[in-house]
Design a binder for this molecule. Structure first.
Ligand SMILES: Cc1cc2nc3c(=O)[nH]c(=O)nc-3n(C[C@H](O)[C@H](O)[C@H](O)COP(=O)(O)O)c2cc1C
Length: 207
């Protein structure tokens, strides 16, 4: 079983990373592998709404290669996903938002039913809008969310500060353990299966 963590911070080993690393430690203690992909330092442009990915149906973005398609392949192959972003202006950091729009538009269907969660690193304010913004991607493609014992926000300014946020770090540990539980539970052979996907009712409130 494998989990892919997405580090949406420009810092390779900043506060966002430490949140992911804490979850990784708990997963690994439960025999589950986790790979952290650092995308927050890449030149990833936003979705241009060309809809070519929909037409091609190949779970690939047609924009010139910038690492998004390689990440899609890993995410689709994994059993679990952790989305992680620093808070920028009370929301998802820009590069991470560009990444998520393109990954989920092109390949959201391939992520259905996986175990997924989101975490945010923040100095002071904007943690929950950021977590909720990332959970919007997880909800849209029918992933199953584990919880921590508080909301998934860790506090710090300079890289590494979050290690002093005892409550935040504990939340990450509990989240990692609950994620391991859900992954293991879903891996058990069972007659209980997820219902087939429905054909989406798609309206724009006019017709
Ligand atoms: C452009 C920018 C915008 C930020 N906006 C906020 C904000 O709205 N609220 C806040 O509390 N911290 C804000 N911060 C601080 C970061 O969220 C905080 O330092 C975080 O821990 C960085 O995580 P990292 O080390 O993983 O990059 C901002 C930082 C930057 C660079």
């Amino acid at each position: 079983m494998k989990v892919i963590g997405i580090n949406g911070s420009p810092h390779a080993e900043g506060n966002t990373y430490h949140g992911l690393a804490t979850i990784k430690k708990e997963l690994e203690a439960n025999g589950i592998e986790m790979e952290i992909l650092h995308i927050g330092n890449k030149a990833i442009r936003g979705c241009i709404a060309c809809n070519q990915c929909m037409k091609n149906g190949d779970q690939k973005c047609v924009l010139p290669d910038d690492g998004v398609n390689a990440a899609i392949e890993k995410m689709v192959a994994a059993e679990g996903i952790v989305l992680a972003s620093p808070v920028y202006y009370a929301n998802i950091a820009g590069t991470m938002k560009c990444f998520l729009d393109r990954v989920f538009y092109a390949a959201g269907r391939g992520l259905r039913g996986k175990v997924g969660t989101s975490i945010a690193a923040v100095r002071r304010t904007g943690g929950m809008p950021t977590v909720n913004g990332m959970n919007a991607f997880i909800d849209y493609c029918e992933m199953m969310k584990p919880t921590g014992n508080y909301w998934n926000v860790i506090h710090g300014t300079k890289p590494g500060d979050v290690l002093q946020d005892a409550e935040g770090m504990q939340t990450m540990e509990v989240l990692g353990r609950n994620m391991a539980y859900l992954l293991k539970q879903r891996a058990v052979e069972s007659d209980v299966k997820m219902a087939d996907p429905v054909r989406k009712t798609y309206t724009n409130f006019i017709r």
